[in-house]
Design a binder for this molecule. Structure first.
Ligand code: NAD
Length: 474
């Protein structure tokens, strides 16, 4: 997609610029602000892996942006665009993200510079395991040190290789499973992690669309139903976000992948598009839809909400003016360059920033980490107790009113929470509460002109206090 090293440099600079813009609205002195901004530790490794008959030297990174709370937390991505600047930018975003959603971690990020499509599963496993052992050697992984998770190009399978490698190198650590999140449930994962980021994106956009005053400014009605949506990137985040929007009655008018985009004003069905993609190798030529062989054109089609869920810097100064959406929900990290941000804000577009909107993944990762440390599944202790209690309550209601509750009603009321119910409810509560906190800053702190600045202020306020109370600035 033509993201150059320059774009990555400016991605890191963009993050720093957004921080500086917000910092002026906070009360912290220069030293504390400089410490919040600084990347605390950076690991760069190069290691050999045998691929076929030859040896390849693989370049990889792990950045721990902030140690103000430990462990550090953040995904690992597999991409050819990975370089130190990109991983630093992504790690910094993780610090702010965790603070916004009140997850007690410092920010981290990892990256391996590979095109995963070029390797067999066995070769990817070798690369991932070797990377994990490098992290172990340098003390850059551990339940209380640094806890990776999935990101672009990685998923539950890679996390499973990581936990297995870490556990075998740390056989005495009873908490070893908490060294990484996003694992399969059989390896200590939590139900609901796979869809967490996409579901969080949905909850966040839904909350933004619930304020009449804000929607009137955009000449939109409140609610998700009927809104026209374009999603870029049908991977973990984009697919699940699209699915939840569709289930809530939105119309998916456009879908974009790296090798083409499709548009249908009557609406697309995301599962049918995925099936078509699997059968044909791409989303193009989906029945009834218009094709764009240049995927970037897909971003510029008419819609109410645009969800970029692929990689950074996809909306920049050269295409920002042509974006027709009224709301942009940043599901990916850094999809807007800072120049694009200015153009879109001037056009009155509501940009819901990445450091809030895609925090669903780290929120549920936090739940997974807690589950691993407590060694018990959510709901295991209370489910049956609650069901028995509700049963008794219904009996009392029936005997005092003389009326019978139907079997269906009884079944619905009786059901105690499973792990997935608790995880989804914790995620929903987090996304709603954090949006309101950010919006409150946006509306009430003088001079704040956009939600991104408000989100950064929200993060700086919390991290600044944490540093002050650490007492490291006597
Ligand atoms: P993924 O690898 O599962 O999916 C990415 C998708 O984007 C793939 O289908 C890929 O083919 C597609 N893509 C690549 N280039 C594209 C282009 N130019 N146009 C359209 N599509 C393109 O990755 P993911 O985990 O869904 O991550 C996507 C974004 O969300 C990244 O920015 C990541 O940092 C961010 N994010 C992910 C998580 C998570 O939990 N996975 C959490 C927070 C943020």
């Amino acid at each position: 997609m033509g993201i150059t090293n320059t774009a990555n440099n400016s991605f890191f600079e963009s993050v720093q610029r957004n921080f500086d813009k917000a910092a002026q609205f906070t009360r912290f002195d220069h030293g504390i602000l400089a410490q919040i901004k600084a990347c605390n530790s950076i690991l760069r490794v190069k290691f050999p892996v045998k691929i076929g008959e030859s040896i390849e030297v693989i370049e990889a990174y792990r950045v721990q942006h902030s140690h103000h709370k430990l462990p550090c937390k953040g995904g690992i991505r597999f991409s050819m665009e990975v370089d130190q600047e990109e991983v630093m930018a992504l790690a910094a975003l993780m610090t702010y993200k965790c603070a916004i959603v009140n997850v007690p971690f410092g920010g981290g990020k990892g990256g391996i510079k590979i095109d995963s499509r070029k390797y067999s599963d066995f070769e990817l496993e070798k690369i991932t395991r070797r990377y994990t052992s490098e992290l172990c050697k340098k003390n850059f992984i551990g339940p209380g040190i640094d806890v990776p998770a999935p990101d672009y190009g990685t998923g539950a399978r890679e996390m499973s290789w990581i936990v297995d490698t870490y556990s075998s190198l740390n056989p005495n650590n009873i908490d070893a499973q908490a060294c990484v999140t996003g694992k399969p449930v059989s390896q200590g994962g939590v139900r609901g992690r796979t869809e967490a980021t996409g579901l969080g994106v949905f909850f966040g956009v839904r909350e933004a669309c619930s304020f009449q005053e804000d929607m009137e400014k955009l000449e939109l009605t409140t609610g998700i139903a009927g809104k026209r949506i374009i999603v870029q990137g049908l991977g973990n985040v984009g697919y699940h976000a699209a699915k939840y929007f569709q289930e809530a009655g939105a119309k998916l008018v456009g879908l974009i992948e790296y090798n083409g985009a499709i548009y249908d004003e009557n609406g697309l069905d995301v599962d049918q598009v995925q099936a078509h993609r699997q059968a044909t190798g791409g989303i193009l030529n989906y029945p009834g839809a218009i094709n764009f062989s240049d995927p970037a054109e897909g971003l510029e089609q008419p819609c109410d909400i645009l969800i970029p869920a692929a990689l950074e810097s996809v909306i920049h100064k050269d295409n920002a003016d042509r974006i027709q959406a009224k709301i942009i929900g940043e599901a990916a990290n850094g999809p807007l360059t800072s120049e694009a941000d200015v153009i879109l804000n001037n056009k009155g577009i509501l940009v819901i920033p990445d450091i809030y909107l895609n925090a669903g993944g780290v929120t549920v990762s936090y739940f997974e980490w807690l589950k691993n440390l407590s060694h018990v599944r959510y709901g295991r202790l209370e489910k049956r107790f609650e069901e028995n209690m509700y049963n008794e309550l219904i009996d009392i209601i029936e005997s005092t009113t003389g009326k019978r509750v139907s079997d269906l009603e009884r079944k619905t009321i009786l059901r105690g929470p499973d792990e997935i119910d608790l995880v989804h409810s914790g995620l929903e509560d987090t996304m709603i509460g954090s949006y309101r906190e950010i919006r409150d800053i946006y509306k009430n702190r003088e001079g704040v002109e956009d939600l991104r600045t408000a989100a950064f202020i929200c993060a700086i306020d919390k991290i600044g206090v944490a540093y002050e109370e650490l007492g490291i600035f006597p």
